[in-house]
Design a binder for this molecule. Structure first.
Ligand SMILES: [Zn+2]
Length: 282
């Protein structure tokens, strides 16, 4: 599966940012990707783009081309999301919840996961910034998708049993504010499920600026440890962590890829990290 990224518009406005994990503004050049560059925080090791495009300009990236990419890959993405949920025993974790159970998918694209969960006794809603993807999901899949971002939509506080966001937090300009909003939307005892590329994985270390996740649309790239730290500082309790994916398709012969993929999960060097976190009960 390819990773998609718009080429940044040369007219996009950019600004300097500090480290979202520890607040430090002391960084060093890390990965030079040509039109954009990643730095590494000297204090906590967090990897992020600096400077970063301002949000109003960034929003324009997620339109028709992005929709085509989402639609083309939606079955593969759904399959990956379901495997991630199976890994944390999602069904067992949530089967005893009082009905109606409410699930919010942030960055839900065409709503494939929502459509699936709707058949599994969930009340589902999505949030999507890409207008054609949201419109497609509403029309073709019959699911509720709010167009926008969670900081501007007026979604009810303390109302969702699960807030899920897969491959979203790395696109968000302020992940700390984003996680605080997620915390706000969850019911006490509710779960946040976060999936994002893992800078502590094998592929990030092997490929550096050529890593498939070192792309223009990814503003922050998390290590498993820094993601957990941020989650906990935003008032959520980390309950489980998984990583998976040893090496990307086509990057190594099968006799190398297969054992690496198998070992990635137990040894924690996978290319993608999932964190399951819970909002405290009181
Ligand atoms: Zn830092």
């Amino acid at each position: 599966m390819k990773t998609f990224s718009m080429k940044p518009d040369p007219d996009e406005r950019t600004g300097a940012v500090s480290c979202v994990i520890c607040g430090s503004s002391s960084d060093r050049p890390y990965w030079d990707c040509g039109d954009f560059r990643f730095v590494r925080c000297r204090d906590c090791g967090h990897v992020y783009q600096n400077p970063q495009p301002v949000f109003d300009d960034l929003q324009n990236r997620y339109q028709t081309d992005y929709f085509d990419y989402e639609l083309e890959n939606d079955t593969a993405f759904l399959d990956l999301m379901l495997r991630g949920l199976a890994d944390i025993r999602f069904d067992e974790l949530t089967e005893g919840l009082d009905r109606p159970r409410r699930f919010l998918d942030v960055g839900c694209a065409t709503g494939a996961l929502l459509q699936h969960l709707k058949t599994q006794d969930w009340d589902v809603e999505g949030v999507e910034i890409c207008v054609p993807a949201a419109v497609y999901g509403q029309k073709e899949r019959g699911v509720t998708i709010h167009i926008g971002t969670i900081d501007t939509l007026d979604l009810p506080r303390d109302s969702f049993d699960v807030v899920h966001f897969s491959h979203v937090i790395e696109h968000v300009p302020d992940p700390r504010a984003f996680l605080a909003d997620v915390q706000d939307l969850l019911k006490p005892g509710g779960y946040a499920i976060i999936v994002t590329p893992n800078t502590s994985g094998l592929q990030a270390k092997l490929f550096g600026p050529q890593w498939r996740s070192a792309i223009a649309d990814h503003l922050n790239l998390f290590s498993a440890r820094n993601l957990k730290r941020l989650v906990e500082e935003c008032g959520l309790q980390a309950r489980a962590q998984r990583t998976w994916g040893g090496i990307a398709m086509g990057m190594a012969p099968a006799w190398i890829k297969r054992p690496l993929d198998r070992l990635a999960k137990p040894l924690g060097f996978g290319d993608v990290v999932l964190v399951l976190a819970q909002k405290p009960l009181a």
